[in-house]
Design a protein around this ligand. Structure first.
Ligand SMILES: O=C(O)CCC(=O)C(=O)O
Ligand SMILES: [Fe+2]
Length: 347
């Protein structure tokens, strides 16, 4: 047994963790700070202690900017983890990567079912996704091989998933990392003038769809139903004589955090500019200046964390404050699944 003394000078709280010798704890300043904060709020103490005492688990920051990796070295099931404490870690970190657990698509479903509700089938989504094993709530990631810039999932409509799950059935042989980035840190890194620009101007998505296109996208064929969906999503709808439609959705690129204490840069601006530049402008129809887009790309490159997938990895993302994307890849082996949902707990 090892004993590690933890103390928090500001609160005077002291604690001693008893650690089995077979446990590797990566001590990093930010993790240490979080542990101390958690201890001082009496939050994760029991979980951390029980992890340390009973399981061969390693907790490790995903990068200096974001996330926590929870690595298991033997064959205890991921379904045995303490859900309340996973919830607490998710709330503090915004991203959790579970690695080394014995998983498959079914276990991925079971585990995500334990922590989430309201799984979406991606109706109205921008990309093409395959349904996995006949379950419409387990979908492939976007089926192309190109890089996708950072975005919040479905931030082009009001009804968006608050939480995302990813499962790596098979990694790409090269490239194909999923990227993640803290929207709070992104906001803080913006120049003053860009913060100002996005506070004063909202984004406007303007999309034209033929009758066939909207019927396929929303999986409906009547205009009444389409009207309901648009009202529900704050999307303005114009129906043309040939039954093609024009949609407009206006939203801010910067939103307040769920707790209301900080600002978050999270939106679908970058991939829309990358893939369909003509459909996005500011709401007064002015263009988003190129130097601003360059600034966003530079910040993204600087503060993005890559998830280099290993088979069986499960990734849990807070879609209200963490953006994601992916690096390009060129083989057809990559098989990553996504579930879009809400947390089964208060965020
Ligand atoms: O392929 C990935 O890792 C993520 C792609 C993506 O953003 C998505 O499918 O929503
Ligand atoms: Fe995405």
């Amino acid at each position: 047994m090892n004993r590690v003394a933890l103390s928090d000078e500001s609160t005077g709280i002291q604690a001693t963790l008893v650690i089995d010798l077979n446990i590797t704890l990566i001590y990093d300043a930010s993790l240490y700070k979080t542990l101390i904060q958690d201890l001082s709020q009496n939050k994760n103490f029991e979980f951390i202690q029980s992890l340390f005492n009973s399981m061969d688990i390693k907790l490790q920051p995903l990068s200096k900017n974001i996330g926590l990796q929870i690595t298991k070295n033997d064959s205890v099931s991921i379904l045995e983890l303490n859900l309340e404490e996973i919830t607490n870690l998710f709330k503090s970190y915004g991203v959790l990567l579970f690695r080394g657990f014995e998983t498959n698509t079914n276990i991925f479903k079971q585990f995500s079912n334990l922590l989430s509700i309201d799984f979406l089938d991606y109706t109205g989504g921008a990309f093409t996704r395959r349904v996995i094993d006949g379950d419409k709530t387990v979908l492939s990631v976007n089926d192309h091989q190109f890089a996708i810039k950072l975005h919040g999932e479905m931030y082009y409509q009001k009804r968006k998933p608050l939480m995302l799950w990813f499962f790596c059935a098979n990694p790409a042989s090269q490239g194909g990392e999923t990227t993640i980035c803290d929207g709070k840190y992104f906001f803080e890194t913006l120049s003053g003038s860009t913060k100002n620009l996005f506070s004063r101007n909202k984004l406007k998505f303007s999309v034209h769809q033929s009758k066939d296109q909207w019927q396929a996208k929303y999986r409906i064929d009547d205009l009444g139903k389409l009207q309901e969906i648009c009202i529900d999503n704050d999307i303005s709808l114009k129906i043309n004589v040939d039954k093609s439609i024009d949609l407009e959705y206006i939203c801010s690129a910067i939103i307040p955090s769920k707790c209301g204490n900080y600002q978050v840069f999270i939106n679908s601006l970058l991939p829309t500019k990358q893939l369909n530049p003509e459909i996005i402008n500011f709401d007064d129809d002015s263009e988003i200046p190129n130097d601003v887009l360059t600034e966003l790309d530079e910040i993204a490159e600087r503060i993005t964390t890559d998830i280099s997938w290993k088979t069986g990895d499960i990734l849990m993302i807070d879609n209200t404050r963490v953006m994601h994307g992916r690096r390009a890849f060129s083989d057809d082996k990559r098989d990553i699944y996504i579930r879009l949902c809400s947390p089964a707990f208060e965020l």
